[in-house]
Design a protein around this ligand. Sequence first.
Ligand code: ATP
Length: 692
Amino acid sequence: MTLAAHTSNDPADLDDELTSERAHLESSRAALRRMRERAEALFSTGDKVAGDSYTAEQLGRHMARRVKELADDPTTPLFFGRLNFGGTDRRNSDDAGPDDEVVGVYHVGRRHVTDELGEPMVIDWRAPVSRSFYRASARDPQGVTVRRRFGFSTGALTSFEDEHLDRGEELGTASRILTAEIERPRVGPMRDIVATIQPEQDELVRADLADSICVQGAPGTGKTAVGLHRAAYLLYLHRERLNRSGVLIVGPNRAFLSYIAAVLPALGEVEVQQSTVEDLVARVPVRAVEDVATATLKHDVRMAEVLRRALEIQIGEPTEPIMVSDGSFRWRIGLEPLHRVLEETRREGLPYGVGRERVRARVVSLLQRQSEARRAESPSDAWLRRMAKSRPVTTFLDTVWPAVTPEGLVHTLLADPAALAAAADGLLTEAEQAQLTWAKPPRTAKATRWTAADAVLIDEAAGLIERPAGFGHVVIDEAQDLSPMQCRAIARRSEHASITLLGDLAQGTAPWAATDWHETLAHLGKPNAVVVPLTVGFRVPAAVVALANRLLPALAVNVPPAESLRRDGGLDVRTVTDLTEATVAEVRAALTHDGSVGVIAADDAVEQLRAALADAGVETATADDVSTAARVTVVPATLVKGLEYDHVVVVEPAAIVAAEPRGLHRLYVVLTRAVSRLAVLHRDPLPAALAG
Ligand SMILES: Nc1ncnc2c1ncn2[C@@H]1O[C@H](COP(=O)(O)OP(=O)(O)OP(=O)(O)O)[C@@H](O)[C@H]1O
């Protein structure tokens, strides 16, 4: 039992306390059950009473969400902390405003739980009053006399730890409950950290919805955790608005997304969209790969201007008047008004597709005016529609403002050197233009086997033609790898929203990886966002951090180094004669400990290691299989970003470095995945930067 800083030394008192806390946990669980049953009952009656089908669907969705939100996971505690304010014994009063002097006792948990009379039994960690659980200190107790943290084991309350802030007692990172949480063996997907959010993390989690922030944090400093908890916090505070507009989480790959997928639902947030940036721009299937240099050029921000100009060039000048026959009448719009229509519309700077329709509407209204003058009555809607679709009007539009599809525009640029030259003149060199031009152009956009970089260009084109719907808040993880054009794709979806940008410049592995957050922020349309460092590491043990930090000087980035909270952990770097044999032996040894085992190797070595482990009778999983029962995962180096394993076996660092231009950055990522122990096995000499 952890009882640091508790007032009483009498074990009987402590047992009584624990018994009473357990009773509160039991009654809170029962109360939550009642809340869920009530929601379920409403859900089924809602089905029958709702009026029209739209209302029924909305109500159904809302109720289904509510039922899901109220799910009780018996393996996670309903509350993890308790605050005593002002020394009175009113339990869990919820009626305190932010400026009122708070009194009473509050249990802090993952969601609100109220008793049958509506009195709170557990306060949501995101409620204003819970803030003090994370921020109060001996220097600034914020009215808190005692902060209590609970220790749990699979949902059962096992211990607690008190800090008498009113007496200047404060544990900070010496809390044994925090240490146990950080050092616990990892299995399965990522978990929430609500019980142990640290003050500097909490400041980011609770930043205003209006504030865009950028977090530069060394490996394992909790960036992902902060981003996810911020999403949950903002949803709590701005529920209606954000449910309407949506919250988006962008991550580096699907393995990562499945690793983090359970965190928000565990916090009761079930309606957040999670996507890779590739999936975000997937208007066309990606069926081809191209060389890095061409892809890098397509990700260059100059391509945005090339595309903008390519569209602008489509807009022509009228060369003849429009003549429309309408029964016994003939209407004529002369060149001068047509010029004016085009000029006015151009000046409005609308998306291209919207502009085309605006021109059509203006032409029709000129026709309408003529018709009204002659017939002395307003034409019908049917007449207006007929005019809008009439051949002369459509032909005019097709000449001066032709319909363009995003795929068509990109196809033309990459297939036709003259079209590219016209749009790229002065922006791209001739050599660059030649590099972009297809050697064997596909006949049509439809027949094209697009690359991932083409998809980004097509998304940019689409954004110029029609404005996409935006989200209310966007969290972008591992953001150091975003290209300028990918940033723009995200910016289009967060134009009126704030963003949380998370990353580590030292972990940039893409050819276009960021070297300065201000550039990334500018491409994202948030140049004024503040860049905040996180430097306390919760994952990687100090000895492993020290090894990985040897690489930092060679990575040419300016980032504050991490310091680890973890003094435990093991590091073993050794030369072996047979990598496969040594890996199998290392995995077998690792399996004698608790927790997950990650074998990380250069991508082309993975299959063979997997096979060798299978031959040795060791079941292995792939990185995206988070629900697996297998404790061992074999992961290619390029997929391991953002993931973590208790025991990591890194196989042949030199091969990982040699596999790609930013191989040293990749190795830095790979070496910082270990929670407890890291074994580095090598036959070739270690990369010079690591050998130290
Ligand atoms: N306040 C905390 N309390 C307990 N555990 C924490 C805390 N903050 C972070 N962690 C744990 O530390 C580990 C690393 O966190 P996270 O993955 O969010 O770090 P990161 O900065 O995103 O890492 P990377 O740079 O490798 O992507 C996770 O297991 C997370 O749960």
